[in-house]
Write a new protein. Structure first.
Length: 187
């Protein structure tokens, strides 16, 4: 995969920071997978819950730029929002991301737009309530990608049970990074 030199420099810097601990960013392998998935599925409206310093956001923004999608990301810690903005600016990707510096749980209660692609990476015990808030806004065929489903499988038991058993979803587990559950919304 070829990545713009400017973006790769920011990605590599964040990978070094992540190795020092305390950041909880996705792995590069996960980033590459998300990017390829977006190029393949071509969503029109994308959402991320939990941007942190923007490592995953950079991969998603590259995908959004490529397919021309609108992309919203939520992050509610002010210091992280500051880093997120700075990293997106350094990578020249800021114009492809609509940063919502607020609590996703609050904002999803009054969400209006239809969504085709969701990356869940906030608090693990909130994935299920967040998905339920989003459900009325999901387009048929929308993809919901949940991170940490292997590393945090106990906290995510209720979420995983729901997307595996509810007929509105078709789900599969990918052993990539800390584990991704990919669920297609069948409507
Ligand atoms: C695991 S980190 C995200 C890592 C990032 N996705 C990456 O891979 O580079 C989780 C982030 O979600 C944020 N977060 C958790 N719950 C949130 C909420 N309800 N609304 C907005 N941000 C939230 C936290 O502040 C934290 O920065």
């Amino acid at each position: 995969m070829t990545i713009d030199e400017k973006i790769d420099k920011v990605l590599q810097k964040l990978e070094e920071l992540n190795q020092q601990g305390g950041q909880w960013n996705i792995s590069r392998e996960t980033g590459e997978f998300l990017y390829e998935l977006i190029l393949d599925k071509k969503p029109q409206v994308m959402m991320e819950i939990g941007a942190s310093n923007g490592y995953s956001t950079l991969w998603l923004a590259m995908g959004a730029r490529h397919v021309g999608a609108k992309f919203f990301t939520f992050e509610f810690v002010p210091d992280k929002v500051r880093d997120l903005v700075a990293n997106l600016q350094k990578a020249n990707l800021i114009q492809y991301v609509d940063i919502i510096p607020d609590d996703a749980n609050k904002r999803l209660k009054r969400w209006q737009e239809k969504v085709d692609f969701v990356f869940l990476d906030g608090r693990k015990n909130e994935y299920l309530p967040q998905l339920k808030l989003l459900e009325p806004h999901l387009n048929q065929g929308a993809l919901i990608v949940a991170d940490n489903v292997i590393s945090h499988k106990h906290v995510l038991e209720d979420y995983l049970y729901y997307v595996a058993n509810d007929k509105k979803y078709q789900s599969e587990l990918k052993d990539i990074g800390t584990g991704l559950e990919i669920s297609k919304f069948l409507g």
